[in-house]
Design a binder for this molecule. Sequence first.
Ligand SMILES: Nc1ncnc2c1ncn2[C@@H]1O[C@H](COP(=O)(O)OP(=O)(O)OP(=O)(O)O)[C@@H](O)[C@H]1O
Ligand SMILES: [Mg+2]
Length: 299
Amino acid sequence: MNEQLLNEFKNGQLESLQVSSLMTLLMEQWAKEKDHEIKQQLLRSTVLRYADAESQLAELNRVKNRFIGLVAHDLRNPLVSIRGLSEILLNDRSDPLSSQQRDFLTTIHSASNSMITLVNDILDMAVMESGNLKLQVRKDSLGRLIRERVKVNGILARKKRITLDQRLSRIPSFPFDRNRISQVLDNLIGNAIKFSSERARVSVSLSRRNGTAIVSVSDEGMGIAREDQSRLFMDFPGLRNEPTGGEKSTGMGLTIARKIIEEHSGTLTVESEAGLGSIFSFTLPLEVRRCQTTEEDPK
Ligand SMILES: Nc1ncnc2c1ncn2[C@@H]1O[C@H](COP(=O)(O)OP(=O)(O)OP(=O)(O)O)[C@@H](O)[C@H]1O
Ligand SMILES: [Mg+2]
């Protein structure tokens, strides 16, 4: 239609009415093209501004992580001294304390202990967010580590008369970061105890499937509502579950645990239903993939 009008215009065959409709068509075409051009310019400048804001945000995040890391690090040393000195005073038999002094010192000791745990978690989060988590990987026995952590956490379980049992298949030593996996086990076993009522049962199991070690910690506690499960591994998820024995709950443990497991090329998952308990499971590859073996098992 447009082309036909143009040809007729070129050949001088157009009526004045047709000329005006051709002009309208051409104006509309021009307006469309201009509009498209303006929109493209706008889009280009928005993309540029967005990229700029993103790199500024990434830089600010790096500065924030460095700042948090420095503050947490500087807070840690005096806190460790306070905890250590209060421990010495509490255990000093040569100079007996009055019962009030003992109460005060016990409070100082437990408060400094909680603060050290918090500062350690903050340091871990800063390290992990900046992508600087370095694993100290060495061949070790996961079964032996689980038995050790079950024993340590047994003290907390006994306070709530919780039965803590273990079913561990024999699997050969393989490379993993002992301290970091210890931290994951403490959090999972600690959570199972913390969110279960008195006299409940918590079980830890170890098995092996397709070149992977699988550790599960199951409990008969309050469980986690389906709508809360998607937020479980976020920083400070603010879920409605409260510890049953007045224990501390900061909400960083699972985020840190998942990052540690993923750094080992494993996965950390949860199966849970409100009121019916939870099973937290993690896998670890028996062969090293991303991480490096640094030493042989000395035992
Ligand atoms: N076994 C469990 N049963 C019920 N709820 C759980 C269980 N494990 C975790 N949760 C819920 O998930 C939240 C996050 O767990 P996470 O271990 O990250 O934090 P936390 O134990 O509260 O504090 P932190 O580990 O930092 O000391 C908990 O606060 C709790 O609401
Ligand atoms: Mg926890």
